[in-house]
Ligand binder design. Structure first.
Ligand code: PAF
Length: 285
């Protein structure tokens, strides 16, 4: 396994693979890998000749006062995990390599898809994500790129960007990976104390309650939201950022669930102490 640090070297590696007729799968990450990332890598390994994992904590997707400085980083540990998965290359650029002095080009998907949910609480976040993901696509030249359904809005925004900017690649969604007790895997779970981690189990439990209510025929969006919110509020340390029920196709509003045939997204973001966690469930109706 190679570790490549520069854009030039990464591009020439990928061009050479293309010349040899090999397919390339990219798994973009910010490192501190967990089982969720490993599932993305396994999916990429199955479907491509070459697997590249990028590890880059992208400063421009963090807002002022967010956790960029303390975001966990451990390249040695990540490399050992990726070596075991037969990854071919880790692309691990420095901040200066991606954003040299004077850098001033950004990619933005506008409209409701980026202004709702995390877009409302984290202004500029998705612009940072789509900018770095575009740069990673132009650097690693993948045929397929793998993203987790845990970040449901992120993957929808990236799919829209890929479609509208005609990136010649396919986005593959990989289902959420959960701990045995149901907590969705996230690098940010490491911030939680034992007590808060226990309370955070309410997230998945409340989503299951919401999903069951819809599957049992509840049509009133507000009632389902309230059911979920009331359940989360039983935790003394939970601070709800949002609980939303939207179209799983385009995040449009739903006033009445009988309007819809297809996918409904129940999405939430909740803070436990300083740790903001997100989770979601897709419900087919
Ligand atoms: O999901 C993440 O880890 C990041 O948002 C991504 C896609 C690697 C871009 O920095």
């Amino acid at each position: 396994m190679e570790i490549i640090k520069t854009i030039k070297q990464m591009q020439s590696y990928s061009r050479e693979q293309q010349r040899l007729g090999k397919t390339i799968g990219l798994v973009p990450t910010m490192g501190y890998l967990h089982e969720g990332h490993i599932e993305l890598v396994k999916a990429a390994r199955k479907e491509n000749d070459i697997v590249i994992v990028s590890i880059f904590v992208n400063p421009i997707q963090f807002g002022v006062g967010e956790d960029f400085d303390i975001y966990p980083r451990d390249l040695k540990r990540d490399s050992q995990l990726l070596e075991k998965e037969n990854v071919d290359v880790i692309f691990n650029p420095e901040g200066e390599e991606m954003y040299p002095a004077g850098y001033n080009t950004f990619v933005e998907v506008s409209g409701e898809i980026t202004t709702k949910l995390c877009g409302a609480s984290r202004p500029g976040h998705f612009r940072g994500v789509t900018t770095v993901v575009s740069k990673l696509f132009n650097t690693c030249l993948p045929d397929k790129a793998y993203f987790g359904q845990k970040d449901a809005q992120q993957v929808m925004v990236i799919e829209k960007m890929v479609k509208e900017l005609n990136f010649p690649l396919t986005i593959v969604r990989v289902p959420i990976i959960r701990e045995k007790d149901g907590l969705a895997m996230s690098s940010r779970n490491t911030y939680l104390s034992d007590e808060l981690r226990k309370e955070a189990l309410l997230l998945n439990q409340s989503l299951i309650k919401g999903k069951q209510a819809i599957e049992n025929g509840e049509k009133d969006v507000e009632k389902v939201k309230k059911l979920i919110q009331d359940y989360i509020k039983t935790s003394p340390n939970a601070n709800i950022d949002y609980v939303e029920i939207l179209s799983g196709e385009d995040l449009s509003d739903l006033s009445d669930l009988s309007e819809l045939k297809g996918k409904i997204l129940i999405a939430l973001a909740v803070k436990f102490g300083n740790t903001r966690l997100i989770d979601n469930q897709l419900v087919e109706v």
